[in-house]
Write a protein that binds this ligand. Structure first.
Ligand code: MSP
Length: 518
C-alpha cells in the first residue's frame, strides 16, 4: 500500500493522565511536530493528532490516591498535557480525550462491528495483569524478583486476575498479520523492532481479553454494561474516532485514513503493531502505513522515576536552555530509535559547539560583514568560481537527502547531513577570507559573502521544522521574504540588493550557572 502523496496523517500516542508530562512525552510529541511541520512546508496537507488516554484501572487508582473524582482528576492532568504541547510549540490539528462523546461513540461502534463479524466472544480471563502497563502477560514472560514479586519485562508488577471477560479472536489473525508484515516490510520501523514484532507473532497469538468487570472507569460494553472495555481497545480507537469514525463518509475519515504514521515509544509497540492492525482488519478497515518505535531517555545515566525525583519536566528544560535548543538537542543527540541519556554536559556541548559555533558563527561572520561592507544589502555576486559552485551545489542538494531521511524518521541523520554542509560553509568562508578580500578585491568579497549567505538559505529553510523560532530569525536576517520559506522555493536564490535588517545573534552561547542540575 503506497503512502498517499498529497496528504499526511500522523499521530502521537495519547498520554495517560495518571501523572504530569515529562521529557518522554515531550520527545514523542516533538518528533511528530517536526514531521508535521516538515510535511506542511513540503506541500502536504497534514493532519497531526495528539491527546490523552483517560480510562482504565491505572487512572481510576491515580484519581483515588489523589482523593479526586475521576473525571475531575482527568480534566486537571489533560490540561497539563495541553500546556506541554504549547510549551513545545506543537502544531497539532486536534487534541482528543478518550472521555469525549465523539470517542466513546466510535469505540462502541467499533466493538459492535467486531461483534457482528464474529470476532468477539464471552469467556472468562484467568491470568497475569500489570496495571502500570495496562497489559496482560503470559507466565513465560514474567520474572520473579529477589523481593518475591513477579514482574513483566517492563519491570511492572503483575497481579493475578480472574473475571468474566469478552475476548477478541486475536489467534485467528496470526497468519493474516504475518502476511501483512511480509507485504509491508516498512510497516514497523526501525527494523530491529520489526523483528521483535515478527517473532512475537510467530510464537503464537492467544485471544485477547478486551473487557474488565472488576472496576468501572471505562467505556461500557454495548449491551452488557457490567463490563467496561479494555483500555487499549478504547485508546487505539482514538486514531479513527478523531476522524469521525464510525462515519466513514466523513470528509476527514475519507481524506486521512489510513494514517501515514503512528509515532510510539518502544514500550507500546506491541499494541500498535499487533493488536491495532488485527482490530482494523477484523473491522474491514485499512491498516496504517507505518508504526515507528522510538527509544527511551534516561537522566544522567539513571532511569527516570518519581521515587528518584529525577523526572525531567519539559517546562523546566525549556526554561533553562530555550525551546529551539531543546528541540534540536533531543533529535540530534541520539539516533532516532535508540535509547539515550540526557545530560546537562551533552546539552551544553551541543548548544555551544553546533548551534553557537558552527551555525551561529557562519551567520554572524557573514552577515556582520555584509552589514558593514555592502550597505546592509544582499551583495551582488560576480562570476562564480569552482569553489563557489561546489559549496552552492552542496547546499542545494540538501533538500533531497534531508527529505529521504525524514521519510524514514531519521532526524539525527537529517541534522548530521545539514551540519556537514554548515561545517563546509565555515571552511569555505575561512579559505576565501572575505576580510582579506575587503582590502584587495571588494568585488570578489561581495561574491564570497553572497555565496555564503546563499548557502545558509536552504540550511535555514530545512531547519525550520526543528527550530521554528531561531530559523525565523535566520531567514529574517538573510532577507528571505515570508512567502519564500516553503520547500517549493528551495531552488530559488537570494536577491541581490535586498535591504537586510541589522543582524542579531541567533544562537547565544550557554553560560554555565552554579547549579547545573535540572
Ligand atoms: N496511553 C498509552 C498510549 C496509548 S496510544 C493509543 C501510553 N501513555 S504514556 O503516557 O505512558 O506514554 C506515552 C509515550 O511516552 C510512549 O510512547 C512512551 O514510550 C513515551 N515515554 C514515556 N517515558 C519515556 C522516556 N523516558 N523516554 C522516551 N519516551 C518515553 O503509553
Amino acid at each position: 500500500m503506497p503512502a498517499s502523496a498529497g496528504r499526511y496523517y500522523l499521530t502521537s500516542p495519547i498520554y495517560y493522565v495518571n501523572a504530569a508530562p515529562h521529557i518522554g512525552h515531550f520527545y514523542t510529541t516533538l518528533a511528530c511536530d517536526v514531521l508535521a511541520r516538515f510535511m506542511r512546508l513540503d506541500g502536504r496537507e497534514v493532519r497531526f493528532l495528539t491527546g490523552t488516554d483517560e480510562h482504565g484501572q491505572k487512572i481510576e487508582a491515580a484519581a483515588k490516591s489523589a482523593g479526586q473524582e475521576v473525571k475531575h482528576y482527568c480534566d486537571g492532568i489533560a490540561e497539563k498535557f495541553k500546556s506541554m504541547s504549547q510549551i513545545l510549540g506543537s502544531t497539532h490539528d486536534d487534541f482528543i480525550r478518550t472521555t469525549e462523546q465523539r470517542h466513546i461513540k466510535a469505540v462502541q461502534a467499533l466493538w459492535q462491528k467486531l461483534q457482528e463479524k464474529g470476532d468477539i466472544y464471552l469467556g472468562s480471563y484467568a491470568g497475569w495483569y500489570a496495571v502500570r502497563d495496562e497489559a496482560f502477560y503470559g507466565e513465560n514472560e514474567l520474572t520473579l524478583g529477589p523481593d518475591g514479586v513477579k514482574r513483566a519485562p517492563s519491570g511492572a508488577e503483575v497481579a493475578w486476575v480472574e473475571e468474566p471477560s469478552y475476548f477478541f479472536r486475536l489467534s485467528a489473525w496470526q497468519d493474516k498479520l504475518l502476511e501483512f508484515y511480509t507485504a509491508n516490510p516498512d510497516f514497523v520501523l526501525p527494523t530491529s523492532r520489526r523483528n521483535e514484532v515478527l517473532s512475537f507473532v510467530k510464537n503464537g497469538l492467544t485471544d485477547l481479553s478486551i473487557s474488565r468487570t472488576s472496576f468501572k472507569w471505562g467505556i461500557p460494553v454495548p449491551g452488557d454494561p457490567n463490563h467496561v472495555m479494555y483500555v487499549w481497545l478504547d485508546a487505539l480507537t482514538n486514531y479513527i474516532s478523531a476522524l469521525g469514525y464510525p462515519d466513514q463518509d466523513s470528509a476527514l475519515f475519507k481524506k486521512f485514513w489510513p494514517a501515514d504514521l503512528h509515532m510510539v515509544g518502544k514500550d507500546i509497540l506491541r499494541f500498535h503493531a499487533i493488536y491495532w492492525p488485527a482490530f482494523l482488519m477484523a473491522a474491514d478497515l485499512p491498516v496504517p502505513h507505518r508504526v515507528y518505535a522510538h527509544g527511551w531517555w534516561t537522566n544522567e545515566g539513571q532511569k527516570m522515576s518519581k521515587s528518584l525525583a529525577n523526572v525531567i519536566e519539559p517546562a523546566a528544560l525549556v526554561g533553562k536552555y530555550g525551546l529551539d535548543a531543546v528541540r534540536f538537542f533531543l533529535l540530534r543527540e541520539l539516533p532516532f530509535g535508540s535509547d539515550g541519556d540526557f545530560s546537562h554536559r551533552a546539552m551544553v556541548n551541543r548548544m555551544n559547539s553546533e548551534l553557537a559555533n558552527d551555525l551561529g558563527n557562519l551567520l554572524q561572520r557573514v552577515l556582520a560583514m555584509v552589514a558593514k561592507n555592502c550597505e546592509g544589502k544582499t551583495p551582488q555576486p560576480g562570476k562564480f568560481t569552482p569553489e563557489d559552485e561546489t559549496i552552492l551545489a552542496q547546499s542545494k542538494a540538501l533538500y533531497s537527502s534531508v527529505k529521504a531521511a525524514i521519510e524514514r524518521q531519521q532526524f539525527h541523520e537529517v541534522l548530521e547531513t545539514i551540519w556537514v554542509v554548515i561545517r563546509a560553509a565555515n571552511g569555505y568562508v575561512a579559505a576565501m577570507a572575505p576580510w582579506e578580500l575587503r582590502k584587495t578585491d571588494s568585488a570578489r568579497m561581495s561574491t564570497v559573502l553572497y555565496v555564503a549567505a546563499e548557502v545558509a538559505r536552504p540550511i535555514a529553510l530545512l531547519l525550520q521544522p526543528f527550530m521554528p523560532d531561531a530559523t525565523a530569525k535566520m531567514l529574517n536576517i538573510l532577507g528571505v521574504a515570508a512567502e519564500h520559506r516553503t520547500f517549493a522555493t528551495i531552488n530559488q536564490s537570494l536577491v541581490p540588493g535586498t535591504s537586510l535588517p541589522v543582524p542579531v545573534p541567533v544562537f547565544p552561547r550557554f553560560v554555565e550557572e552554579e547549579s547545573p542540575k535540572l
